[in-house]
Write a new protein. Sequence first.
Length: 256
Amino acid sequence: MAIKNGDFVLIDYTLKVKETGEIVGTTYEKVAKESKLYRGEEHYEPFFVIIGEGWVPKGLDEALTTLDTGKSSTIELSPEKAYGARDPKKVRLVPLRKFTADGVSPTPGLQLNIDGKPAQIRAVGAGRVQVDYNHPFAGRTLIYDVTVQKIIDVDEEKIRSLLHKRLSTVSADKFRVTIDNGKLGVEIPEEAFFLEGLQVEKRTLTADITKYLPKLETISFIEIFKKPATTAPAEAKPEAEAQPPAATATPAAQSP
C-alpha cells in the first residue's frame, strides 16, 4: 500500500550525524544501550507519525511517502531538509541572574526552555550565559535508517495512537475507545488520573481528534474511580476465649 500525506504510520529508526558518525537517536532499546543513549524512563517503541504534519524533519516526511512497509531504508538529509543551517543571530548572551532567579544552575550542554523556546547552554562567564537557540542538529547532515512498520487504518487505533502521543507514559492499549454514530468515548486508565497537566492534554487531544477524524461529532473522556477495597474486620472471638483466665489468689509480697 502506497504511503501518502495524512496517513497514520508507525516507524522505527536510528539517527546518526553524518559528520561524526554519532548515533543521536533511536527507537530500539538495544541500539540505545549499545550507543550509551539508554535512559530507563524512556519508552523504546515504534514512533507515531502523521505524514505531512511536520512531526519529523521535512526531508524525512517527504521520503516516507516513497517507502514500502516493512522494508528498511537509509535516508540522508542535508541541513536544508533537516533542521536548517546554523544562524549566528540565535546565539545570545543572557544575564546569569535570570537563571539563578529561577533556581537553575546553567552548565555547558544543558538543554532547557527559556521564555518558551528550546535552547542549549554553550558557555557560562562572569555574570553572563551564552545561550544557543539553534536546534542541536542545525547545520548537520543527518542519516536515518528507517523502517515503516505499519500503516494505521482503523479509527480506534488512530485514536489510541493520538492518546499515547500526548500521554506517553500510558500504553496505547490501556485506553478503552468506543465509537457509536459519530460519538467517541475514551475511558482514561486509572494510572493516568493524576498525571500532571492531564486536563490541558485532554483539551489538546480534543483538538487533535477533531482535526484528524472530523466525522466524530462528540468526544467524551471518562474517568471511573473505583471504591478501594477494604479489609474485613477480624471475627470476634467467643466470649469464653476473649476473657483472660481468672487469677489465683496468692499472698501479696511484703516490702522490707
